[in-house]
Design a protein around this ligand. Structure first.
Ligand code: C2O
Ligand code: CU
Length: 509
C-alpha cells in the first residue's frame, strides 16, 4: 500500500464509510513534505469577447518527472485558460467537443455566474456531443448592473459523470474584473495569482488512475450521446473520488518565486470530493478580502481558510520582510466535522521569497462589497434537506442514495418554484452523518444565519456554496432576477451530486 489517504465506502450503503491514512516512510504522524521540484504555472489568459475553447485530450505536465499525463482539457491545458473579463454585457464562450468519442456528451457550467437557464450548462438538456459545439452567452450583469468583481470557474456538469469528467481535467477559472476594484490598488499583474487546488492519483506511468472503473459506469443512464433516462437507481462504483497527490494549477507540489511584497491569491478548491484547511507554514496571517462572488465588507484576518469543493477565497498574503524564506501553503486537519470530506494534513505548494520590491498596493479597511439583499423575509419559503435515503428503489434494487428531501435527482421533476422578482429565504438541513457542500445555480446569496447565529465574518459577502455539517442548519436569501427557467441546487461533492444529491427549482413569472 502506498502512502496516502484513502476513502473507503460500502457500494450499497454510501453512509457506511471512512478514511484510512497510510503514513509515508519514516512512519511519523507528520507526513514528509515534498521537495517542490517544479515551478507553478499560471494558466494562459483569454480576454476577448468571443472565446472559443476546444475540449480535447492533451498530454500535460503534472508530475515533475517522467511522462506527461493524458487529460481531457479545455484547449489543451489543465486548468483550461483563465478567462478575464470586465463585468458588463458581451462575453460569449464557444465550447467545441473534440474529446475522444467514448467521453460522450459534455456540458459546461460557469460556476457562480448569473445567466439564462439556456446558458447554464445544465446536466441533461444542454449536452454537447462529440464533434459539436455550443456557444454560451454570459452577459456578466445582474439586474442591469455589471457583475461585481468575482472569481468564478467553469467545469463539466454532465449528469452522472461530473466527477469523472472533472477528474479527467475539464476545469478552468474565470475572473470578472470591475473598475471600483481596480481603484482599490490591490496587488495586480503577476502579483494577482489564481490558484486552482485539486487532487488526483497517478499510476506508475504518470497516468490518472480511474476511480470510476470499478463497476459499470452507467447503470441507468445514457448511450453516451446525450439521450438519457433516469430510473433513480444508484449503484455507484465510487462514492468518494479522492486522490493522493495535490495539484496546484495542474502541477504536483509546485513552487512560486515571489518578491517580498503583498500578493493577491485567488484560491479555488476544484477537487471532486476533498476539503482543504489552508494555512501558511510560518503562521503568517491570511487576509481574506472576498469570497468567489465578490468582496467582503471588511477584510478578515484568518489563520486558516477551510475550502470545500467549489469554494473560493480571495486573499492577500504579505511576504515583506521575509526575503530568503520558504513558506509552505499547506492543509491542516480542521477541528470540526466528522467525515472523509474533511481536510487532512498535506502540503500544497511553496513560496520562495526573493528580494524586496516597490509595492504600490494598499489595503483599505472597508471594501466596496456588493450589496446584500435587504430586508430579509421573516418566513422561510423552502427548506432543503440533505440526507441519505435508505431502502429499496422503485427499480427493485436494494441500496441507498444521496438525496435532497428524500428524493434522487430527476431532471423532469420541479422540486420548488420561485417567482421572478421576489426575495426568498431558504433553509438547508443536513440529516445525514457526513458533511455536504451545498451549491445553488442562478443567483448569489446572502448568508442569513448559520446554526441560528449571525454567520462568521468570512460568510458575510455574497456566496454560492456553503459547508453544511451533520445536524447543521444554514439560512440564505436572494432575489430572483432577470431569468426564468430551470436551475439546480446540489451537493458539490461530485460523487454525491452524481449519485442523486441534486434538485431542480424553477424561476417562474
Ligand atoms: Cu460548480 Cu452545479 O456546479
Ligand atoms: Cu455531499
Amino acid at each position: 500500500l502506498a502512502a496516502g489517504t484513502f476513502a473507503f465506502y460500502c457500494k450499497f450503503h454510501p453512509g457506511m464509510r471512512g478514511v484510512l491514512t497510510v503514513a509515508g516512510t519514516g512512519g511519523g504522524v507528520e507526513p514528509e513534505r515534498p521537495t517542490f521540484d517544479q515551478p507553478l504555472v499560471v494558466p494562459p489568459t483569454e480576454r476577448g469577447a468571443d472565446i472559443r475553447l476546444v475540449m480535447k485530450r492533451a498530454r500535460v505536465r503534472s508530475l515533475p518527472e517522467g511522462p506527461r499525463t493524458s487529460m481531457w482539457t479545455f484547449d489543451g491545458t489543465y486548468p483550461g485558460p483563465t478567462i478575464r473579463r470586465r463585468g458588463g454585457p458581451g462575453t460569449h464562450v464557444t465550447i467545441v467537443n473534440h474529446l475522444p468519442k467514448g467521453a460522450g456528451a459534455t456540458s459546461t457550467h460557469l460556476h457562480g455566474d448569473h445567466h439564462a437557464a439556456k446558458d447554464d450548462g445544465q446536466p441533461t438538456t444542454q449536452l454537447v456531443r462529440h464533434g459539436e459545439s455550443r456557444t454560451y452567452d454570459y452577459p456578466l450583469t445582474v439586474d442591469g448592473k455589471a457583475t461585481p468583481g468575482s472569481f468564478f470557474w467553469y467545469h463539466d456538469h454532465r449528469m452522472d459523470r461530473t466527477a469523472r469528467n472533472n477528474w479527467r481535467g475539464l476545469q478552468g477559472m474565470f475572473i470578472v474584473t470591475d473598475p471600483p476594484m481596480a481603484g482599490l490598488r490591490l496587488p495586480t499583474g503577476s502579483r494577482d495569482v489564481p490558484l486552482m487546488i485539486s487532487e488526483r492519483s497517478f499510476t506508475a506511468g504518470n497516468q490518472l488512475t480511474d476511480p470510476f472503473a470499478a463497476g459499470p459506469e452507467m447503470v441507468h443512464g445514457s448511450d453516451g450521446h446525450g439521450s438519457m433516462t433516469w430510473t433513480g437507481d444508484h449503484a455507484p462504483p465510487n462514492d468518494a473520488t479522492v486522490g493522493d497527490t495535490v495539484l496546484v494549477n495542474g502541477r504536483a507540489a509546485p513552487y512560486l518565486g515571489v518578491s517580498a511584497t503583498r500578493y493577491r491569491l485567488r484560491l479555488l478548491n476544484s477537487s471532486p470530493f476533498s476539503s482543504y484547511n489552508l494555512t501558511l507554514s510560518d503562521g503568517r496571517p491570511i487576509l481574506q478580502i472576498g469570497t468567489g462572488s465578490g468582496l467582503l465588507p471588511r477584510a478578515v484576518v484568518r489563520s486558516s481558510v477551510l475550502l470545500g469543493p467549489a469554494q473560493r477565497a480571495d486573499v492577500i498574503v504579505d511576504f515583506s520582510g521575509s526575503t530568503g524564506r520558504r513558506i509552505v501553503l499547506e492543509s491542516v486537519p480542521a477541528a470540526i466535522g466528522t467525515t472523509g470530506a474533511d481536510a487532512r494534513q498535506t502540503a500544497v505548494m511553496e513560496f520562495r521569497v526573493g528580494a524586496a520590491a516597490s509595492d504600490p498596493s494598499r489595503l483599505p479597511s472597508r471594501l466596496p462589497s456588493p450589496a446584500l439583499v435587504s430586508p430579509v423575509p421573516k418566513q422561510v419559503s423552502k427548506t432543503w434537506t440533505f440526507g441519505l435515503h435508505d431502502g429499496t428503489h422503485s427499480s427493485g434494487h436494494g441500496g441507498s442514495a444521496w438525496t435532497i428531501d428524500g428524493k434522487s435527482f430527476d431532471p423532469d421533476r420541479v422540486d420548488h418554484r420561485a417567482r421572478l422578482g421576489t426575495v426568498e429565504r431558504w433553509r438547508f438541513r443536513n440529516t445525514s452523518d457526513v458533511t455536504h457542500y451545498v451549491h445553488i445555480h442562478a443567483e448569489q446569496w446572502r448568508t442569513v444565519l448559520r446554526d441560528g447565529r449571525t454567520p462568521p465574518p468570512w460568510e458575510q459577502g455574497l456566496e454560492d456554496t456553503w459547508r453544511l455539517e451533520p445536524g447543521e442548519v444554514v439560512e440564505v436569501a436572494a432575489r430572483f432576477t432577470d431569468y426564468t427557467g430551470p436551475f439546480m441546487i446540489h451537493c458539490h461533492m461530485l460523487d454525491h451530486e452524481d449519485h442523486g444529491m441534486m434538485a431542480r427549482f424553477d424561476v417562474v413569472r
